[in-house]
Write a protein of this length. Structure first.
Length: 219
């Protein structure tokens, strides 16, 4: 056998032994829980907090210095609780919960049922997956309100100037009463049994699908 062939064969043998040795070391470290793979699981935000609240029937969103860009999510849950990021303060008075935000970041409120929401803040409001015999929303100026996948017997909405209300087709409503001031935008797609719409100089109006079939009168 030529010298070059012997060298090549020897080198190949060394490489095989080295790879085998490396595999044994890696296997041993893996069994000990030692790896070089970084944990890419998302880390919980250190500012995150979830608190349990006393039972309440009404929600009041107060003015704040959050400078807009914030959404309040209201969702159904067996318990009353609030998820936020050290950016909200809250207090109770009777059966009413007052919430204010001091930094622009979304929060989520959970409740088994809620009957009244007063929104005079700078926050958008999204109501989703809520079942309630009655829900009344009173919104200030230049706010956006979304209603998604709810089941509400009596739904009432009053909005100030430049308001936007969108009620998607997944909602199940019985009676509806909507009052909107000037320059509002109304997008209503959900069916209902009886409805009353009082609007003043809307900038945008879209009533389609089963909602349009339910419409009897608009003022």
């Amino acid at each position: 056998m030529k010298t070059s062939s012997k060298l090549l064969l020897g080198f190949s043998g060394v490489m095989v032994l080295f790879m085998l040795f490396s595999a044994i070391i890696l296997k041993a470290n893996y069994n000990k829980g030692i790896t070089n793979i970084k944990n890419h699981e998302p880390q919980q935000d250190p500012d995150y907090a979830k608190v349990t609240l006393p039972a309440f029937k009404a929600l009041v969103l107060k003015n704040t210095t959050a400078n807009g860009g914030v959404t309040i999510y209201v969702r159904e849950s067996p318990e009353y609780s609030l998820e936020f990021y050290k950016n909200a303060t809250y207090d109770m008075s009777g059966d009413t919960l007052y919430v204010a935000i001091n930094k622009a970041r979304d929060i989520t409120l959970y409740a088994p049922v809620i009957g009244y929401i007063d929104n005079k803040s700078d926050y958008s409001l999204t109501i989703s997956d809520v079942k309630s015999p009655k829900l009344e929303i009173n919104a200030g100026k230049s706010l956006r309100t979304f209603v998604i996948n709810t089941k509400i017997n009596s739904f009432a909405f009053t909005g100030g100037e430049n308001n936007t209300l969108e009620v998607n087709e997944d909602n199940i409503l019985d009676s509806v009463k909507v009052t909107m001031a000037k320059h509002g935008s109304l997008y209503f797609y959900a069916p209902y049994q009886s409805g009353e719409f009082s609007v003043d100089s809307l900038d945008n109006l879209n009533i389609t699908g089963r909602s349009l079939q339910s419409l009897k009168r608009i003022n």
